[in-house]
Design a protein around this ligand. Structure first.
Ligand code: GLN
Length: 479
């Protein structure tokens, strides 16, 4: 077995049966990083104590106390805090910032003695869908280095796809786990809002943000999700572990699982033919596996993008207020306090972050608040109700993950073009429901181009990640 290309499940077996040591495993992945990181720009930092972490994990295994992730090499998105380590959110504002506490999700993995390889590149403060908004260069797609890896968790998705880690943490506010997972041919889960504590995740849109796993298989994804989920007293929106009770029929009864397809949303403009074809093939595959497919209507799903691009910048503008040149990170000298704020924020934030702060401040300003923010909140409620209704008739809702495969670096010149890439993903954040992106094969855009991965998305009702895992495993032929 090639140990440089393992899944978590395979690695667990090899470690537990002592066929390999944690050190051997970790050294393979460090070698993969050394071979490819320069070209792909995945890790902003590879930690210097990886071998020490490996030694500690080995001790636990030798003492017979191994848990599912003990000794497993993982990567972490650069907006999730680990005490004493740098966390920059790929922003010049936090270039040298050192975390003063550890995110709960990370702590749970540290408690299992997982090995953290390093922190991964992303769009600045998670705002974007290609990592082109990183202050430290774009992450390249492992299938075609002239293309983007997706974003904002592009580094985490590429780390898994190119065997630099066996799994990774990302964050998803409007698609940032699922979109890069689909562009890189891996599995990405945006869990139910509140299922994973946000303590230690740098806030972007607080009513939308969630930490989630990226992995090669659905089985691995479930392992990481189970390790990080649960109630945390540091995040009042977090949900207790015991609340996650599956209401879906078990897989022995595949025929009873109903998959809803909102065919009407596929007729929107801007969805590439490759995506449509790939999605049709995926629906056929679901049918062959024995699932019942139902055509459903979600009349307001097409408003999600507009709602997202009101609510998200409103929350961004208030969350970004803390970076004032005094409390955290960058602080530039100036004549007076106001100029310190202006200079630090003007130079510390990149264009996209500044654009969203301005947009959000405008949306929340008196006179416009009702016209934009209040209205968006009303439509959000309508969309939430529409999904609740839909889940009375079907177990999951099936769509493509993205309207196109990975685009060429620099190809999208206007912000709006980038925003449209989120058309299928933002809805799950608006509704707070879980959604998973599954790799669904490869497409060739033209004869002289490389094959590019595509993904499909399954959404389910609140706290019902279980059904996503069940169907996902069937779809990807996992046992
Ligand atoms: N691409 C979306 C945006 O730019 C989503 C970002 C995210 O999920 N963090 O806002």
């Amino acid at each position: 077995m090639d140990i440089s290309k393992l899944t978590i499940k395979e690695a667990r077996k090899l470690l537990d049966t002592k066929k390999i040591s944690v050190k051997e495993l970790v050294e393979e992945y460090l070698k993969n990083i050394e071979d490819k990181n320069k070209e792909l720009n995945v890790f902003l930092e590879v930690y210097d104590d990886v071998l020490k972490q490996a030694e500690e994990a080995q001790k636990i295994i030798d003492e017979g106390g191994a848990l599912e992730l003990t000794g497993i090499p993982l990567a972490v998105k650069d907006n999730i805090l680990i005490k004493g380590r740098k966390a920059s959110a790929a922003s010049k504002m936090l270039q040298n910032y050192q975390a003063t506490y550890t995110a709960t999700a990370v702590q749970k993995l540290i408690d299992q003695k997982a090995v953290f390889m390093g922190r991964t590149n992303m769009d600045e403060f998670a705002m974007g869908s290609s990592t082109e908004n990183s202050s430290f260069g774009v992450t390249k797609n492992p299938y075609d280095i002239s293309r983007v890896a997706g974003g904002s968790s592009g580094g985490s998705a590429t780390a898994v796809a190119s065997n630099m880690a066996l799994g990774a943490l990302g964050s998803d506010t409007g698609g940032s786990i699922r979109e890069p997972a689909s562009f890189c041919g891996v599995v990405g889960l945006k869990p139910t809002y509140g299922s994973v504590s946000r303590y230690g995740l740098m806030a972007m849109g607080s009513s939308l943000d969630v930490i989630g796993p990226i992995s090669k298989t659905v089985t691995d994804n479930e392992i990481i999700f189970n390790a990080i989920k649960g109630r945390d007293k540091m995040d009042s929106t977090s949900i207790p572990h015991s609340d996650f009770v599956s209401t879906s029929p078990n897989l022995g009864e595949v025929k009873k699982i109903k998959i809803g397809v909102p065919y009407h949303i596929l007729n929107q403009e801007g969805i590439s033919n490759e995506v449509k074809k790939n999605f049709d093939t995926s629906v056929e595959r679901m049918k062959k596996l024995g699932f019942e497919i139902k055509d459903i209507k979600l009349p307001n799903m097409d408003k999600s993008l507009a709602v997202y691009y009101i609510i998200m910048p409103a929350e961004v503008s208030s969350n970004m207020a803390r970076y004032d040149g005094i409390k955290y990170g960058l602080s530039l000298e100036a004549e007076n306090l106001l100029d310190v704020y202006k200079k630090t924020r003007g130079e510390g934030f990149g264009r996209e972050v500044r654009r969203r702060i301005i947009l959000g401040a405008y949306i929340l300003s008196s006179g416009y608040y009702d016209a934009y923010y209040s209205k968006a909140m009303m439509v959000r409620k309508i969309i939430q109700d529409e999904f609740k209704e839909a889940f009375k008739g079907v177990d999951v809702i099936f769509t493509p993950t993205t309207p196109s495969p990975a685009w060429k670096i620099g190809e999208k010149t206007s912000p709006l073009e980038n925003y449209l890439a989120d058309i299928f993903t933002v809805t799950a954040n608006i509704a707070g429901i879980p959604a998973i992106s599954l790799p669904s094969g490869y497409v060739k855009i033209s004869d002289n181009e490389s094959e590019l991965p595509l993904g499909v998305q399954l959404m389910s009702s609140h706290k019902n990640e279980d059904v996503l895992f069940k169907i996902g495993k069937k779809f990807l032929n996992e046992n």
